[in-house]
Design a protein around this ligand. Structure first.
Ligand code: 5GP
Length: 116
């Protein structure tokens, strides 16, 4: 696969570009989002490039999706009060910009009535 075909997240996983890594397992990496939208804004990313979005992941490897939720829960407990919002932007019209499945983990004081 050429560099231009690899996702930014694959390059972060390979340590080709820097990121603040907050957790790593055999199958997942968690990093701080470069443009945080909440007091805690992490990205939980499968190391595999096999799935472009959460719909593909759920169909192809639901166990890996469950691992993502478990890691999100662990990080929200470590870094906030344990409550968290898990967001999977799915498709360009929904705001997805990186087509390597990832979960946004949002926690901390999110503000009144914020849903975005
Ligand atoms: P999406 O819009 O695809 O749901 O989410 C992509 C997320 O990746 C965005 O929140 C964006 O801020 C984040 N992001 C994009 N490039 C980088 C990067 O190079 N490093 C980090 N840490 N986050 C990034």
């Amino acid at each position: 696969m050429s560099d231009s075909e690899r996702s930014i997240f694959s390059r972060i996983i390979a340590r080709e570009i820097p990121a603040t890594v907050v957790a790593e397992t055999d199958t997942l990496i968690a990093i701080e989002d470069i443009a945080p939208q909440a007091p805690v804004h992490l990205l939980v990313i499968p190391k595999t490039e096999a799935y472009r979005d959460v719909a593909e992941l759920a169909a192809g490897d639901p166990g890996l999706m469950a691992e993502m939720v478990a890691l999100a829960q662990q990080l929200a407990a470590e870094r906030a009060d344990g409550d968290f919002r898990l967001v999977f932007n799915t498709g360009p019209a929904a705001g997805q910009t990186v087509f390597h499945v990832h979960a946004h983990v949002l926690a901390g004081v999110l503000g009144e009535g914020t849903l975005a």
